[in-house]
Design a protein around this ligand. Structure first.
Ligand SMILES: [Mn+2]
Length: 588
């Protein structure tokens, strides 16, 4: 079967529907040629681009137009979030009466970005505001009574949380008894029984909020700031012309939303798209200095850069204990200070990498030493000495490696605390909810969660969790599959197509980077770099392209002779030049 494209070329489809590659089972999904033709014609798109759009839940030319060209003006309005007006009124009262306000955040990138955003905006309104980040090891995630007592002693009368608070019943009750008002702004799944905060601002509280449901913590903070601005504009504080331009905050919103792996659809897609442009030309000293240590000072910042360069560095101080350094970097108003802070953050990130590799090796040793894990559907491991801040990172590497939902626990003050990471098919938060009789506390999302339990609960939890996973994921080892968007010829991967693929960015959760399969090429040159990276020079007809696959080979492996490649095309920036390059995901 073949398809004749508009240019009269043929996209060859003489490949089977599934192909076993070296690492993955490749699944070539069904093409809706009719819809792709309709979209391609209406928007004047290359056939390959139109085809990919049909595989991103787009069912009409107008949806395709919104997807490719959506703008800030298309954002859903703040009042869709229930009780946002209540939160605004309480914050305005605090600002006008000179009350001491505290923004209580979290130590990850989302939490830090959200804290920076709200603190910055309230200061701009001349509010008396300070921030509080809990210490990851000594205090842990969320609000705690001791911190609130301390804030009360300092004369704080209003606490506004960002990226946390939904499950902190006791601490919030304690704050209220002390006379502190609490506004919770959060995006984590709220529990069935809600805490007694003065206001709860969480898009997941209302099933009907479709467009805002997936906001990250920083996204919720951004919407609160938008509503505050509207209030002050209406009350005559600013004309439309001199009100603060909230677009300037979208660099922080993009950082937090991407790093938190929030789905990049709907509102998040617009916020991160514009936010990445803001990040690429940011005037904030902290982000400029951070880009410098990442070697990104002269290039456009993309989704990939946030996930693998900027994000890990901002996360590192919080993982190792105290996120304060990263927050001070974001808020820095002095370039020399920002550079010093960025250097420190970079150094802590290096320490984090070393510690993470060491912990991974130790956990892998435990997995291999215990035969029962081979037959199990899940991995639940506990050891008293493990570094709490690194458990999530290592759990996600194990989940990926073994294709099993993974929970790692360490001992803190006589209880077990830890992190879980899931595989795509399994809802971790729901599973923990079902096992909650064996837990003291838990919270999180479908793919990632935190939990706490007592020593005597551990065996019961392990058993209940394993049986939940076994029920939903068949025990026999499922091959890891990847959905292929389309077969492509090398001459179809050209700058014109790349322009449209760039319009489809940012890629990530909810909007995967397009994956193509190609075959019938000649390998003109093959090199193995550092024992595990594969570099190829490909030729098909008159088209030549470079391809690179990072960590694709086992060390010491002989050079492969790939007949088919699975890849994503990307621009490679090197010494001021921009070159098209195929990123190899797998070969067969
Ligand atoms: Mn978050």
């Amino acid at each position: 079967m073949g398809e004749t494209s508009k240019q009269g070329r043929t996209i060859v489809e003489s490949v089977p529907k599934t192909i076993q590659g070296t690492r993955y089972l490749w699944q070539l999904s069904h093409h809706d040629h009719e819809l792709a033709g309709e979209i391609g014609q209406a928007l004047q798109l290359p056939p390959l681009v139109a085809l990919i759009l049909t595989k991103r839940q787009i069912t009409s030319p107008s949806q395709a137009r919104d997807f490719l060209y959506s703008r800030l003006e298309n954002l859903a309005p703040p009042h869709q979030l229930p009780d946002i007006e209540k939160a605004v009124i309480r914050i305005v009262r605090a600002i006008e009466h000179g009350e001491q306000i505290v923004v209580y955040g979290d130590y990850d990138v989302d939490g830090i970005a959200a804290t920076a955003l709200l603190v910055h905006f309230i200061s701009r309104l001349a509010g008396k505001v300070q921030w509080y980040l809990p210490h990851r090891i000594h205090e842990g995630y969320g609000l705690n009574k001791q911190a609130l007592s301390h804030l009360h002693d300092q004369g704080v009368s209003l606490v506004v949380t960002v990226d946390c608070g939904s499950s902190d019943h006791d601490a919030i009750q304690h704050a209220r008894e002390l006379g502190i008002d609490v506004i919770v702004t959060d995006h984590h799944q709220p529990p069935r029984h809600l805490p007694a905060a003065n206001v709860l601002l969480n898009p997941k509280l209302d099933q009907d909020i479709k467009e805002l449901r997936d906001l990250a913590g920083v996204g919720v903070a951004f919407y609160l700031v938008t509503a505050l601005r509207t209030h002050f504009r209406r009350s005559g504080r600013w004309d439309v012309s001199d009100q603060p331009n909230l677009r300037e905050y979208l660099d922080w919103v993009a950082l937090g939303t991407l790093a938190d792996m929030a789905p990049l659809t709907s509102t998040n897609r617009i916020l991160t798209r514009v936010g990445l442009l803001e990040l690429s030309r940011t005037s904030r000293y902290g982000l400029q200095a951070l880009r410098e240590v990442c070697g990104l000072d002269n290039s456009q910042v993309g989704d990939w850069d946030v996930l693998f360069r900027l994000g890990p560095r901002l996360n590192a101080p919080g993982r190792m204990g105290n996120g304060e350094l990263a927050l001070r970097l974001l808020l820095s108003t002095d370039l020399a200070e920002a550079r010093t802070l960025a250097g420190q953050v970079d150094e802590i990130n290096r320490e984090r990498q070393v510690a993470e590799d060491k912990l991974l090796a130790e956990v892998l040793g435990s997995v291999e030493a215990d035969n029962s894990f081979q037959a199990s559907s899940s991995l639940v491991l506990a050891s008293p000495g493990w570094h709490k801040g690194l458990l999530g990172l290592v759990a996600s590497r194990l989940a990926e490696r073994f294709n099993k939902p993974t929970v790692l626990l360490t001992q803190v003050d006589q209880v077990w605390e830890g992190s879980g990471r899931s595989v795509p098919a399994f809802d971790l938060h729901r599973a923990l909810d079902c096992c909650s009789e064996h837990l003291l506390r838990f919270g999180g999302h479908r793919q990632a969660a935190g939990l706490r339990l007592k020593q005597e609960q551990l065996p019961g939890f392990r058993e209940a969790f394993e049986s939940m996973v076994t029920k939903e994921i068949p025990r026999e080892d499922l091959p890891r599959t990847l959905k292929v968007d389309s077969v492509a010829r090398l001459d179809e991967i050209n700058p014109g197509v790349m322009t449209y693929l760039e319009l489809m960015q940012p890629f990530g959760v909810g909007n995967p980077e397009p994956i193509f399969c190609c075959q019938d090429f000649q390998v003109e040159n093959l090199r193995i770099l550092k024992g595990s990276h594969l570099q190829l020079r490909l030729r098909q007809g008159n088209t030549r392209l470079n391809a690179i696959g990072f960590r694709l080979l086992e060390s010491g492996q002989a050079a492969p002779a790939p007949e088919r490649l699975l890849f994503s095309p990307r621009w490679n920036y090197w010494q001021g030049e921009k070159r098209l390059q195929l990123h190899i995901i797998d070969y067969g």
